[in-house]
Design a protein around this ligand. Structure first.
Ligand SMILES: [Zn+2]
Length: 308
């Protein structure tokens, strides 16, 4: 298996207020975990800056303009109660979606079987016309549409195991049956969406978990709701909205997964990628706020993708 790993120093320059959980140290913790010798063979690539026009795959021009003018010349500005921007946030956001699109190009053009993108800001809460929940632009949604427009993918699956519901991705694909969006998440929890009855054009699949649920409930929901839907859908590409805040150490939620659960879920998705889409799998970092839980989970996820 050829795995590419994208990151960029600009991601560390997207600054959030003191004490904010979505902070540059998250990526530093991941980098440190990847210093281990088992990752010596990882193909590390510097993320390219993305084309701003690709933002329009998922958002109207008005949203792009609103974020652009919100970027301060100095200090930190807020675009939402939880979502901040600093002087380098525009470039960081463009490089986050640039890496997601480059990852799609890689798997369609044969440079890699699968790709992990360690970027910030994350994306899955960004709705068509609204930044929220630490997210400015929806990287997974843009990447899915990029696969359709540039590479002729007919059906793309976005699998979101972040502990929060990806309301933004659901919003963007609500009427679009060419994209399957499956999410496991804690409910009730921010942002409040993600009930089972929210099905959009029939290709939105929500599998809410209850506070206190752990490995068994997660795997059952993943098997019976997510994997079953994926098998029926037979995608041309699988994109993972890979948040690791369902880890038991995470301070933002009460789901008690371990890194072994992420290893298992990764393996299950790789098996489907092999069966349906010539191994094409693109994994994009979303949440994960306990540095130790995040680092060990990402390392486990990447090792699984390297092993095949
Ligand atoms: Zn999250």
């Amino acid at each position: 298996m050829t795995l590419r790993f994208y990151t960029h120093p600009i991601y560390l320059e997207h600054l959030t207020p003191e004490g904010h959980p979505e902070r540059p140290d998250r990526l530093r913790a991941i980098e440190k975990a990847l210093e281990h010798e088992v990752f010596a063979g990882l193909e590390r690539v510097e993320a390219p800056e993305g084309d701003p026009d690709t933002i329009l795959y998922a958002h109207p021009q008005s949203h792009l303009d609103r974020i652009h003018v919100a970027i301060p010349e100095e200090g930190i500005a807020r675009v939402d109660a939880d979502t901040a921007v600093s002087p380098k946030s525009w470039q960081a956001a463009l490089t986050a979606l640039g890496a997601a699109n480059a990852a799609v190009d890689d798997v369609f053009e044969g440079r890699a079987d699968n790709v992990f993108v360690a970027a910030r800001p994350p994306g899955h809460h960004a709705e068509k016309d609204r930044a929220m929940g630490f997210c400015l632009f929806n990287n997974a949604a843009i990447a899915a549409r990029h696969a359709q427009r540039k590479h002729g993918a007919e059906r793309v699956a976005v699998i979101d195991w972040d502990v929060h519901h990806g309301n933004g991705t659901q919003d963007i694909f609500w009427d679009d049956a060419s994209v399957l969006y499956c999410s496991t998440h804690q409910m009730p929890l921010y942002p409040g969406t993600g009930a089972k009855h929210e099905t959009g054009a029939g290709t939105i699949v929500n599998a809410p978990l209850s506070p206190g649920d752990g490995s068994a409930a997660f795997r059952e929901a993943f098997r019976t709701r997510v994997l079953k839907s994926l098998d029926d859908f037979a995608p041309d590409l699988i994109v993972i909205s890979a948040g690791f805040d369902a880890h038991h150490r995470d301070p933002l939620a009460e789901i008690n997964l371990t890194e072994d659960d992420f290893d298992w879920a990764t393996g299950e998705l790789m098996e489907r990628a092999g069966r349906f889409c010539d191994d094409r799998l693109v994994s994009l970092l979303e949440g994960g706020y306990d540095l130790q839980g995040l680092a060990v989970s990402v390392a486990t996820h990447i090792r699984r993708m390297m092993k095949g």
